[in-house]
Ligand binder design. Structure first.
Ligand code: HEC
Ligand code: HEC
Ligand code: HEC
Ligand code: HEC
Ligand code: HEC
Length: 187
């Protein structure tokens, strides 16, 4: 017992730090499923299943900036009115859509996917790299209500970065920032 106590006294703080570190990594990489399965109610029940699925409208017809900037962008009501000035006039939801459009009131869509501000993400680079929307968002074209289909936490980002990491940094070259470096995603 005595030797154990001595070790604990001398090295206790190291064990505490070790466990804290392991705990932090487990937390960051795994135990954080706060996004998966999340879906938000919207002011009117816009359905991707109807528009992107049955009508087969291209994602980029509405999410116009997804290949050009960080944000994918959500369409304004004018985009909807290209069709709904004529289509589904009987629907109370469409009548509401028209009324807000005429009054110039933007639709307040609730965010579904939302990373904290300290994390940096850009659609442009990922689209340029050839990733499909489904890899990160699931099959949206089959959803009436958009839902988060992955863990969407840091481990999810880092795992894919690790799998797709190009060759290690060139010897002596410090110009290349590895895509798994903290500073790639954090300000
Ligand atoms: C006719 C227009 C339209 C088309 C086509 C469309 N979307 Fe959307 N999308 C919207 C609107 C409006 C919203 C906001 C309301 C909502 O979340 O349902 C949205 C929301 C989303 C969201 C959730 C945004 C958030 O807040 O996190 C994702 C992801 C998404 N769309 C992906 C896609 C994908 C992938 C496709 C193609 C398969 C697609 N969309 C096609 C109009 C469209
Ligand atoms: C590599 C993963 C990845 C791919 C591929 C991807 N997205 Fe996203 N998407 C995200 C992340 C992460 C967010 C949350 C961004 C934030 O909160 O800052 C997001 C958010 C969105 C949003 C909400 C609005 C916004 O810009 O933040 C829409 C709409 C969207 N994505 C549509 C699309 C569409 C359409 C495609 C395919 C053309 C696509 N995404 C491909 C990861 C991805
Ligand atoms: C390319 C044409 C087109 C565009 C653009 C479009 N829609 Fe539609 N939308 C349709 C069609 C077609 C239907 C199916 C109508 C039906 O079933 O009678 C529909 C159905 C709907 C419905 C269900 C109506 C009901 O009660 O039956 C809603 C709500 C809706 N759209 C909202 C939107 C919103 C919001 C936007 C813009 C983000 C949008 N639509 C953009 C063509 C379009
Ligand atoms: C499906 C795989 C995949 C997922 C998931 C993914 N990424 Fe990436 N990401 C990549 C690849 C591959 C690159 C390198 C692209 C290139 O340089 O061609 C990259 C590059 C980046 C870059 C560097 C952009 C630049 O300017 O060089 C940032 C920032 C980034 N990702 C953030 C994120 C964040 C944050 C998440 C999670 C929310 C995420 N990524 C999820 C594959 C992914
Ligand atoms: C590929 C992108 C990416 C890389 C690389 C990355 N992170 Fe993160 N990190 C994220 C994202 C996205 C979140 C937000 C996750 C969430 O909200 O669940 C995050 C969250 C965090 C948080 C906050 C945890 C919380 O619960 O809010 C800390 C601290 C953190 N990261 C530290 C680091 C450190 C240290 C490194 C380098 C070893 C690193 N990150 C590398 C994307 C990344």
């Amino acid at each position: 017992m005595a030797p154990l106590l001595r070790i604990a006294k001398k090295h206790g703080i190291k064990f505490v730090l070790l466990f804290a570190l392991i705990g932090a990594f487990v937390y960051l990489y795994g135990v954080n499923p706060k996004y998966q399965g999340y879906a938000a109610d919207q002011p009117i029940p816009f359905s991707h299943k109807i528009h992107a699925g049955e009508l087969n409208i291209d994602c980029q017809f509405c999410h116009t900036s997804v290949d050009k900037s960080a944000m994918a962008s959500v369409p304004d009501t004018a985009t909807c009115m290209k069709c709904h000035a004529y289509v589904a006039s009987d629907s109370p939801d469409i009548q509401y859509l028209r009324k807000t459009y005429e009054k110039g009131i933007p639709m307040r869509w609730n965010k579904v996917h939302d990373l904290p501000d300290h994390a940096r993400f850009s659609h442009k680079v990922h689209i340029a790299r050839g990733f499909d929307c489904t890899q990160c968002h699931g099959n949206v074209a089959e959803m009436d209500k958009v839902e988060v289909t992955t863990e969407f936490n840091m481990g999810w980002c880092v795992n894919c970065h690790r799998e797709n990491n190009p060759d290690p940094k060139p010897p002596g070259g410090n110009h290349a920032v590895g895509i798994t470096d903290c500073s790639t995603c954090h300000y």
